[in-house]
Design a binder for this molecule. Structure first.
Ligand code: HEC
Length: 212
């Protein structure tokens, strides 16, 4: 490509192309940010390390269950990602429980971060069992671009970005750069699947933006 092209971009994710079976859907950064959010919003009930309440099967005098551990020792791992998200978003009151909804307090990205945090407590064996059951995948390889761009990539972006509208991936004018439109912008993906970029791609010769 002869044209000078400048990318004003923030790195969204970077990961090994080859995913091992125990590779998680979330990044270390999400776990770190999730730890803080968990401490502020969830730890009073579910414990600092998501370990409370050990005796989670025992109802109280009102017939309510206590907050279950989320560290893998109770049954949170029976729920897929969407159900975990929904439980946190909507709370448990409508289902006869006592947990408040968090939809006005936490963004969908934040909800994914707290899930990443408590799932980081799950041993590999349990995580694998969960991921296999619900077909949760780590970053897809883009070496086989056509396959990756169909299902797994969309699912992957949704896992990373929350429940956003994701358009069909398209080739851009720049070789090796693909484009996926989201509701509020565009994600650019580098062939090989290692990097995704958000921001604007500008052709400095013409001043034209790629996303237009
Ligand atoms: C006021 C105490 C309280 C707070 C705060 C709270 N929870 Fe809960 N949580 C509960 C209780 C109690 C339940 C059991 C269902 C119910 O009663 O609603 C529960 C259930 C859950 C479940 C379902 C677990 C399963 O095994 O089915 C998840 C997931 C969960 N909470 C995550 C969170 C996260 C993440 C936060 C912080 C953003 C949070 N909770 C904050 C009390 C709380």
């Amino acid at each position: 490509m002869a044209k000078k092209i400048m990318m004003i971009a923030a790195m969204l994710m970077s990961s090994q192309v080859m995913a091992s079976p125990t590779e998680r859907w979330y990044s270390d950064i999400q776990v770190k940010q999730g730890a803080e959010l968990f401490k502020q919003n969830c730890a009073t009930c579910h414990g600092q390390n998501a370990e409370a309440t050990p005796n989670w099967k025992q109802t109280d005098a009102n017939g309510h269950y206590p907050p279950p551990p989320l560290n893998g020792t109770a049954h949170a791992w029976h729920h897929d990602l969407d159900l975990l998200r929904r439980t946190i978003r909507e709370g448990g009151i409508e289902l006869g429980g006592v947990m408040q909804p968090f939809k006005d307090k936490l963004s969908s990205g934040d909800i994914d971060r707290v899930i990443a945090y408590f799932q980081s407590k799950w041993p590999d064996e349990l995580y694998q069992k969960w991921a296999g059951q619900f077909e949760v995948t780590a970053l897809p390889s883009l070496t086989d671009v056509e396959t990756a761009l169909s299902n797994s990539l969309t699912r992957f972006l949704r896992q990373r970005l929350g429940n956003v509208e994701i358009g069909a991936p398209q080739k851009t004018a720049i070789e090796g750069l693909w484009q996926v439109s989201l509701k509020n912008g565009t994600v650019y993906l580098m062939e090989g699947g290692k990097y995704a970029l958000i921001g604007e791609v500008i052709n400095l010769e013409s001043g034209q933006k790629l996303g237009q």
